[in-house]
Structures are given as structure tokens and as C-alpha cells.
Design a binder for this molecule. Structure first.
Ligand SMILES: Cc1cc2nc3c(=O)[nH]c(=O)nc-3n(C[C@H](O)[C@H](O)[C@H](O)COP(=O)(O)O)c2cc1C
Length: 269
């Protein structure tokens, strides 16, 4: 079942999604030797971020809405506290990054590469930050990728959003030299909680039909290694995404209901 995805050799095509499995190593004490093909860390930024105050996760129809706000320990703490732990895992951990400026993107990439991280995923698509969602600006995204590919020797993967011009963006990213694309991040959504309105990102089975169509359309138009992420709950979701053209399958919210889902997946196939 081993595959080559975006220049990485993975033991199987299943990956844990960014933000749904910590930095990658936290659960190793509870579920040893998990049979992931790979895992994507929680997104890290140059500076530490506290994220939004609670409440940050809400159950909703067909999924969940989160407004974590990119809480993370920052690059320096990641290198000293998290990296030693994830280096010993039996699967590669792709580090998800987000920069506020092109220089920040470069700092994150070069520092991680110097520390032997096998690949990075660019979080171009977080919907719940104040200001612009990077992914809505195709020129900005392609420029970031072009600049990073000039200085990088490791695979660079882009995490995009199924609802913001995904086909056009994927064409641009391919031209800019991207090694693989993960679709999709969460969709902008809203919820009332105790009488107060909150905005956040929707994930889970509710988004799968939209992501499925997007995977199909990207595959129809762009020759690129494509990973599906959105509402994967069981083997029939995998088969749908495989038929639409995905080569790897990224499990997100399902891990919040069962962090050991990968055991069921790897025995079912
Ligand atoms: C609690 C939570 C935190 C998340 N944090 C991140 C993150 O830090 N970076 C990122 O790129 N995506 C993040 N995501 C999005 C997931 O990686 C995934 O793209 C999305 O949830 C869709 O997949 P799913 O329907 O299987 O959950 C997060 C999702 C959830 C539910």
C-alpha cells in the first residue's frame, strides 16, 4: 500500500490532518506505533499565538465548527519541544506553516529544512483569521510558492480551500512548482451558542460533497498529486475520493470522535 505522494514515500495513503492530531507525537503514549502513512502537524507560525478565547469548538449539523485561531507554540518552541518527539515516530510528520509575510514563510521553511523536517504544508486557507484569507488571492499564493520553491529542497505541499477558485488556484500553484495539493481546509460558517453568534470553520461529513466535486474538477484540469481532506469517516468516503482522483486521504474531524481511527482504516483495507 506504500505510495509516493508529492515526493514523499508513505507506507500507506492515510494522513492525519493538520490541527486534528496535535503536533504529531502527543498521542504516541496512548496509541503506540500508529499505522499512519504520515501526519500533518498543527499549523505553526514564527511567533507563538494564543488563538481565540473559548468557546472554540461547536457541534453542528453534520460536523463541527472551530474557531481555534491558529493557536500554536511558535517556531522556537516547536524546534525545542515538539521536533525531538516527532522525529522518533514511525511515520513522517509534514509540518504545516503559516506566514504573515513572505519573509516569515521563508524563515519557517528554511529553519524547518535545516532541522531535517521531511516536507512542509503551506496553510494558505485558514478561514478564521482576521483579515484576508490568503487563498482568495491567487497571485499572492502563487508568488509565495514560487519564492519558496526557489530556496527549498524538500517537498512543498499547499493546503487549499474547496470554495475559493480551487481549479484556477491549483493551475497557478502547479506552474509555480508546488509538489502536491491538499483540498480542503474548513469552510467559513456561523453558529449561535448561548445566544451569541460565532464565526468559525466548518468541517466533517457536511463538507464532503463539495470537496468531492472540487477534487474531481481539479483532477480534470490539473496533473498534480492531490490529497482529499473533508468528512472522511469510512471506506466508502475513501472510495469516492479515490474515484474522483485523490491519491492520498487526510483524516480530520473524525479523529476528534476517535483518535485511533487509523487502526480501523488500516485493518479495513
Ligand atoms: C479543531 C480543528 C483544528 C484545525 N486546525 C488546523 C490547522 O491548524 N491548520 C490547518 O491547515 N487546518 C486545520 N484544520 C482543518 C483540518 O486540517 C481539515 O482541513 C478540515 O477539518 C477538513 O477535514 P475534516 O472534514 O476531515 O475535518 C483544523 C480542523 C479542526 C476541526
Amino acid at each position: 500500500m506504500s505510495i509516493n505522494f508529492a515526493g514523499l514515500t508513505l507506507n500507506n495513503p492515510y494522513l492525519a490532518a493538520s490541527g486534528c492530531f496535535g503536533y504529531g507525537g502527543e498521542l504516541e503514549n496512548i496509541f503506540q506505533n500508529q499505522k499512519w502513512g504520515g501526519c500533518v502537524s498543527k499549523t505553526i507560525t514564527v511567533e507563538k499565538r494564543d488563538g481565540n478565547p473559548p468557546p472554540r469548538i461547536f457541534e453542528t449539523e453534520g460536523g463541527i465548527i472551530n474557531r481555534i485561531g491558529l493557536q500554536n507554540c511558535g517556531l522556537t518552541n516547536f524546534l525545542s519541544k515538539e521536533l525531538p518527539r516527532i522525529k522518533n515516530l514511525p511515520y513522517p510528520v509534514i509540518v504545516s506553516i503559516f506566514g504573515n509575510t513572505i519573509d516569515e514563510w521563508k524563515t519557517l521553511l528554511t529553519t524547518l529544512e535545516e532541522n531535517n523536517v521531511p516536507a512542509v504544508e503551506l496553510n494558505l486557507s485558514c478561514p478564521n483569521l482576521k483579515g484576508e484569507v490568503v487563498v482568495r488571492n491567487i497571485d499572492l499564493c502563487t508568488n509565495i510558492v514560487r519564492e519558496l520553491k526557489k530556496i527549498s529542497g524538500i517537498p512543498v505541499i499547499a493546503k487549499i480551500n474547496a470554495i475559493y477558485s480551487p481549479v484556477e488556484l491549483s493551475c497557478g500553484l502547479k506552474e509555480a512548482g508546488i509538489d502536491g495539493i491538499v483540498c480542503s481546509n474548513t469552510f467559513p460558517a456561523g453558529v449561535y451558542h448561548n445566544g451569541k453568534f460565532y464565526e468559525g470553520g466548518l468541517s466533517g461529513p457536511a463538507i464532503k460533497p463539495v470537496v468531492l466535486k472540487t477534487i474531481f474538477k481539479i483532477k480534470e484540469n490539473v496533473d498534480i498529486d492531490l490529497a482529499a481532506c473533508g468528512g472522511i469517516w469510512n471506506s466508502s468516503d475513501i472510495e469516492d475520493y479515490r474515484s474522483a482522483g485523490a491519491r492520498a486521504f487526510v483524516l480530520g474531524s473524525v479523529l476528534l470522535t476517535n483518535p485511533d481511527t487509523i487502526s480501523d482504516f488500516t485493518t479495513a483495507f
